[in-house]
Each structure stands twice: as structure tokens, then as C-alpha cells.
Design a protein around this ligand. Sequence first.
Ligand SMILES: Nc1ncnc2c1ncn2[C@@H]1O[C@H](COP(=O)(O)OP(=O)(O)O)[C@@H](O)[C@H]1O
Ligand SMILES: Cc1cn([C@H]2C[C@H](O)[C@@H](COP(=O)(O)O)O2)c(=O)[nH]c1=O
Length: 245
Amino acid sequence: MAELLFFSGTMDCGKSTLALQMDHNHKARGRRGVLFSSHDRAGESMISSRLGLQVAAVEVFPETDFWIELTLRQTMGARIDYVICDEAQFYTVDQIDQLARVVDEMDIDVFGFGITSDFRTRLFPGSQRLIELADRVQVLQVEALCWCGKRATHNARTVDGVMVVEGDQMVVGDVDQPMDDDAPAVVRRPADPSVGGEPGRDPVVGYETLCRRHHMRRQTSRTSPSLYSNEDPLPFEAEREPGRL
Ligand SMILES: Nc1ncnc2c1ncn2[C@@H]1O[C@H](COP(=O)(O)OP(=O)(O)O)[C@@H](O)[C@H]1O
Ligand SMILES: Cc1cn([C@H]2C[C@H](O)[C@@H](COP(=O)(O)O)O2)c(=O)[nH]c1=O
């Protein structure tokens, strides 16, 4: 029986890599799949992983109807055993409902991949619906880390390097690369008042994964007791509570 699975986690925890690995493994066993994505950082109609893999995918628009899309393909003779849905947090609630119907009535496996919550710690509607409907929700095993060394559970957005908690829910971007001082590692967007930043200049939007404590305290690697300028490699301990392992 087909299943609706949701693989979730923070940004940068390996979701797209796993999506491409699963496609590869299923294809290698003769199964046929269709890949979908929405607003991938690398551009339209693709799934890209930070490990360097990049594969063509069907772009999902707000008006995309998965039931119609997959029915049309099957009518034209395509065999479809599974569907990969990356960046599923950006899908609409209706689209997730369509995917559940595809599983139940077309007997097609649907593998969804996405971040659960936004930079304000609020669930994306698409992810919320996946959590509500999925047969299984699987949190990825590769943990993104907070600057303190703890498991990162939340995504922070920075505008011109400063963590923000207001703005549009969707702003496509990448995680900053704190270990490399020279790399801008940010996405430049056209000036957009809803994003913030200095007036008259394009704001520089980036993301950073944090543990809950540091998300709540709004402490990013930039505003933390400097982990990366310290040559002593033991700052993780400083964050632990006394007497706890
Ligand atoms: N240069 C690198 N060497 C080894 N692993 C890397 C490198 N760059 C990224 N990664 C791995 O890729 C993961 C991000 O994969 P990706 O599929 O792009 O994440 P996601 O889709 O969850 O945002 C990182 O957590 C890290 O494990
Ligand atoms: C937290 C958060 C993220 N986004 C965007 C930023 C990226 O384009 C994607 C996540 O991609 P990844 O492959 O998981 O790294 O989502 C956003 O639009 N709003 C947010 O709050």
C-alpha cells in the first residue's frame, strides 16, 4: 500500500540530498517517479542539494493541481510509482490534500521534504497539513547544529546580519557560512520593505539554524560570545547547565 511520508527538519539538515538519494534508490530498482519542487534556491524547476547534486524537477505553482497533473501523465501512458516533493513547506494546504488523495486513490507513494517552521517558529501551512495527514513524519538524522553545539531545532532569519522576527513568511535564501569570514553566503534580494534592512539599499537576507534557547534569546553566531574567533575548541561546554552532562 502506498504511503504519504514527510521528511522534515531545519534548513541545511540534508532534506534535498535525501530526496535525491531516495529517487536514485527507487529508480535503481526499476520504479518510476516524478520530482517536484517549489522555489529551490538554485532556481526554478530543480532540486538542488548543498552536496552538489542538482536534478530537474517540475516546478509547483500555487495553481498546480497534483491530482490533475498526475492523472494527465498517466493518461499519456506514464507509469508513476512514487512522487518526490521537495520544499513542501511552500505547497498549499489544498495541494497537500491532493497528494494524500494521490496516495490513497492512485496508490502512488508520496515522499515530501520540507522545513516545518518559519523564522518566527510558526508552522508553514503546507508542513502543518503534512504533519496532519502523513502516514509517518520522519525527522532527519543528520542534525544541523546551533553555534553552541546543540542540535539546531529552529531557523532564524537575518537581515543585514541582524536576526529578525517580522517579515514575509516566504523569502528564498540560504544559510550563512559562519566559518568563512570572506564569503557573503547570503542571497541578495531586490529592496522589499516587508523584509527590512536599511532604507535605500538592498537588504541582505540570510538564515541560521539555532537551538530553541538561542532562537528565543535571538542570539545568532554573530551576537554570541564569539565561537569562531576563539582558538579554544571547548565553547560548547560553556552553554551547558552546571551539573548536567
Ligand atoms: N562541503 C560539504 N561537505 C560535506 N557535507 C556538506 C558540505 N556542504 C553541505 N554538506 C551537507 O549537506 C547538508 C545540507 O544538505 P541539503 O540537502 O542541501 O540540505 P536541506 O535540503 O535540508 O537544506 C549539510 O547539513 C551537510 O551535512
Ligand atoms: C526559515 C525560512 C526559510 N525560508 C526559505 C529559505 C529557503 O529558500 C527555503 C528552505 O530551504 P532548505 O532547502 O530547507 O534550506 O525556505 C522561508 O522562505 N521562510 C522562512 O521562514
